[in-house]
Design a protein around this ligand. Structure first.
Ligand SMILES: NC(=O)c1ccc[n+]([C@@H]2O[C@H](COP(=O)([O-])OP(=O)(O)OC[C@H]3O[C@@H](n4cnc5c(N)ncnc54)[C@H](OP(=O)(O)O)[C@@H]3O)[C@@H](O)[C@H]2O)c1
Length: 328
């Protein structure tokens, strides 16, 4: 089968190889998927670059955790799902065979059904961004009627966090860094949007939130935003944060947070509880079936140009999901 892989960490154009690899066979409990699209996300790129463990258990890694395709075969103990359209998540978490190949064998539960009205390209956008966003919106309790702040609301995760929070009937305040990205946050359904680069952000957020302040924050840059977060949260406010890349070892404003009983939930999509994964999968199915989610696809590359897709993610200039067209 055609596939992309790497055998050492390094720059995308130096270590990613495109060529032929052996087609996998599904083991007990697995399904074999003919892949349509593979998605490139920051964690895929960080693994290839050496910032996160990649897992060279067999001497090479086929990258990417998310994808979509059609089940072609099933392993022992799996109901006959042949012909079913699916989306794939976590394919390259703790495994060396990811989705950037014509075929992938994954545990059946990691290939949920893709509703008929959702294109394969949409299916590949789901895994990391949509499941992370769902967890962050719900991890501290139902956000219904709460005031929720989504920082970085035009980002791949943030864009879906706004939508999940609105679907749960929260009042959503969003932040983004450019006029274009502020517009994207509005398009996602945010009730109000602020540019986080503007002065006195805390004051502006509180003006939008009203007298009770913010109940819950979904935060893309915990360290950079910690002081503002402590200022705007109300008593017993909560933060769900999935990244702090610009300030990975932040100073925490402990007393401003303690005096408000603030709780911080860190979220890693890969190893969140199985029950939370299943809740996200079920919610995705309902939302996709009902056409309730909007999606942003920044660019689609042929599989032979996977290195360019990695470079686009690394540039920070991808406004939405970056996909690899694997088949067709
Ligand atoms: N923990 C997990 O499970 C998990 C899951 C998914 C992603 N992640 C991580 O989360 C990070 C974001 O991923 P992504 O795919 O969503 O990236 P993305 O699409 O590039 O979005 C990041 C967004 O953050 C915004 N931003 C930057 N600094 C900000 C600040 N101080 N306040 C508010 N917004 C700010 C940027 O907005 P502007 O461009 O408008 O400035 C950008 O839209 C990455 O580090 C990724 O590895 C973690």
């Amino acid at each position: 089968m055609k596939a992309v892989w790497y055998e050492r960490i390094g720059n995308a154009d130096e270590v990613l190889v495109y060529g032929e690899r052996q087609k996998p066979t599904p083991r007990p409990g697995e399904v074999l998927v003919r892949v349509e699209y593979s998605a490139v996300h920051p964690s895929d790129v960080k693994k290839r670059a050496g910032f996160q463990p990649a897992g060279f258990s067999d001497g090479f890694v086929i990258p990417h955790s998310d994808g979509s395709g059609t089940i072609e075969d099933v392993g022992e103990g799996v109901e006959d799902r042949r012909g079913e359209r699916v989306w794939i998540y976590q394919a390259q978490y703790g495994r060396h065979l990811g989705s950037c190949a014509e075929y992938i064998a994954v545990p059946s539960m990691m290939a949920p059904k893709l509703p008929g009205n959702a294109d394969f390209s949409i299916g590949a956008c789901i895994g990391i961004p949509v499941m992370t966003a769902y967890r962050c919106v719900h991890v501290a309790g139902e956000p219904t009627d709460k005031v929720v702040l989504v920082t970085g609301a035009s980002g791949r995760v943030g864009y879906y966090a706004v939508q999940w929070a609105k679907l749960a009937n929260a009042k959503v305040i969003a932040t983004a860094g450019t006029d274009e990205n502020c517009q994207a946050a509005l398009d996602a359904g945010a009730d109000s949007v602020l540019n986080y680069r503007d002065g006195d952000l805390a004051h502006l957020i509180l003006e939008c939130a009203g007298p009770r302040g913010v109940d819950h924050i979904i935060d893309v840059e915990f360290g950079q935003n910690a002081e503002v977060s402590a200022e705007i949260l109300n008593n017993c406010g909560t933060i769900a944060t999935y990244s702090s890349s610009k300030n990975p070892e932040p100073v925490i404003p402990f007393y401003p947070m303690m005096f408000k009983n603030v709780s911080v939930h860190t979220v890693l999509v890969y190893n969140m509880p199985d029950a939370a994964k299943q809740q996200a999968v079920d919610a995705v199915h309902d939302a996709l079936s009902g056409g309730q989610l909007k999606h942003r696809i920044s660019a689609t590359f042929p599989i032979a140009e996977t290195a360019k897709a990695h470079e686009l993610i690394e540039s920070g200039n991808a406004a939405g999901c970056v996909l690899i067209r694997v088949s067709g």
